[in-house]
Design a protein around this ligand. Sequence first.
Ligand code: NAP
Ligand code: SF4
Length: 678
Amino acid sequence: MTVHHRYPLLFSPLDLGFTQIKNRAIMGSMHTGLEEAENGFERMAAYYAERARGGVGMIITGGIPPNLEAGYGSKLSTHQEVDEHRKITQAVHAADPEVKICMQILHMGPLARNPNCVAPSAVKSRIAAFTPQALDEDGIEKQLHDFAHCAAMAQQAGYDGVEIIGSAGYLISTFLVQKTNLRTDQWGGSFENRMRFAVEVVRRVRAAVGAKFVLVFRIAAMDMLEDGMAWEEIVTLAQAIESAGANIISTHFCWHEAPVPTIATMVPRAAFTEVTGRLRQVVRVPVITSNRINMPSVAETVLASGEADLISMARPMLADAELVNKAREGREDEINTCIACNQACLDHTFGGHRQVSCLVNPRACRETILNYKPTTRAKNLAVVGAGPSGLAYATVAAQRGHKVTLFDAGAEIGGQFNLAKRIPGKEEFYETLRYYQRMLEKHGVNLRLNTRADGAMLASEGFDEIIVATGIAPREPQLEGIEHPKVVSYIDAILGRKPIGQRVAIMGAGGIGFDVAELLSHAGPSGALDKSVFAKEWGIDFANHPRGGVTGVKPQVASSGRTITLLQRKTTPVGSSLGRTTGWTHRLTLTRRGVRMVNGVEYIKIDDAGLHTLVHQVPQLLEVDTVVVCAGQLPLRALFDDLTVLGVKATLVGGAFEAAELDAKRAIEQASLLASEV
Ligand code: NAP
Ligand code: SF4
């Protein structure tokens, strides 16, 4: 066996006795939302097969409920459903017979969006839609039977194993924690009783599938609940799970309802691996770690520190199906890195029944629909604007074999991403810019920076098609005093081009208003780059691991000391338009820094005294030194209009097409789709 020169541990096999995992990179479980979609299983088969070809050692599928009450739609309990799943396993094994694929058995318990949901006790989660029905003894027996039956069905369907999720606030974990398990029978009370269900699930599943089948158990190694599991309980459970027949223990770090971010972009890379490392000391089976491990160098460092045996990367595999191959072949600079934005993946999952994809890779979960096939008729294309949509269009079109010239008036590529990367906690945007820079080079895009392309110039250069990705201009509200020197655009504020006073009003509380508030209220190192800052900000005690891993004391959040008021005209709660899975972290952080959020505002005028408003019809003067305008955008279409006058056909993409929906997810998706068809 040859040892990889750069990632010797990542590319070493793991022997489970009866089978081998070819390397230490695992594609973690991620719900796709495709189970109920038209041709959903064919689409999932293509999606997983592409990741298998991409080099992972083992894939764990999105969660599949063992029965109807465990979820809200799909399940695996019948032979007909086995046939559907077989499409996935056959595609993966055909792509690479060495790749293992395990199906995650997900019993959502009280979190199932289902009026018939069940739990150990009738305790409704803060984030659940329904109060669960408390299981009686027969009900518990049925659930245990259904877990084992589902695992047997998965085996019939050709999976190499199953992962049982015993964390996150789903059924198994609600037995473990006192606040959700109020029972006084053999399934509640002492920890020995509370863990009985988890252990029994593993025991029954092992009995159903025999010895030569991978059984991964996902444990909440730090549930982030103030009244959560104590470290000794986690150790006891892990050892009991191992004795009951698990081959691998996978560590998970949060219940969905816990007010601590564990996967958002503000979480430092590999923040939780030391917890996995502690657990690894007390069990004999291999352990998987996860969360914010998005590049092979991070994975190798974690393995080298002895903190884990296997590295799970779920979202990074959405962002780049070929991540592992690229690492093996020394093409790390070609990796399309997951930026942990959640905008196209978990925000979709938790926002309802929407299908999942990826902001930086709109092909994710659309492998049968969106393909970048080589063109049979290469064209000479001009793309104007090197922001997210222009970059996506140029790189996809060039990859397909078109000759592409990309113009930008600025000195660097990136457009609005160059603003995003400056916001503390959004440093991952540097990776996206690195990726696009590399793709431009790799696919031979002729990049012309510092070049303001005008209609006449483009018309004279004989392009077959012109794509206008000129982006947006910030909206300037019509307001008396908007020319006052204390008024600053968000672009000037973020780029530090204008001084910002101590007392600040921010007009507009969309994504950018929040970004500006974050930047202006921030002090000290970014928590995303410094784990001790992150731990203090969110009240996590990694060293002592109190119950749940959290201290329960008020988190310490450093602040710039500015007095900041974030304003909007709507009467809806401020921040309600932010991402489903991350918006709350921004609202909480700013509140902890003393940022005041005000809705129902009518702006009257700006003068030396400050910003004059009516708040819910009551006059209020905000005595501020600076007013930062974050009032949305208008499309920049001057070039498009010039071309139209000249009779030259052009295609609008991104913010220039529709600024009201300016959003990198939409811009990249739209541009990639158009470039796949040109
Ligand atoms: P936005 O989300 O549309 O918010 C614009 C804000 O301006 C709103 O709060 C709106 O609230 C206010 N506004 C609109 N017209 C106004 C007017 N004439 N006068 C005063 N206020 C006005 O736009 P954005 O904040 O510029 O963000 C742009 C895009 O970038 C969004 O699509 C967003 O998704 C994306 N983005 C996302 C994030 C993220 O964290 N996910 C971060 C940054 C940017 P009222 O009308 O109620 O006043
Ligand atoms: Fe990562 Fe964002 Fe893509 Fe989700 S949408 S996989 S968080 S880059």
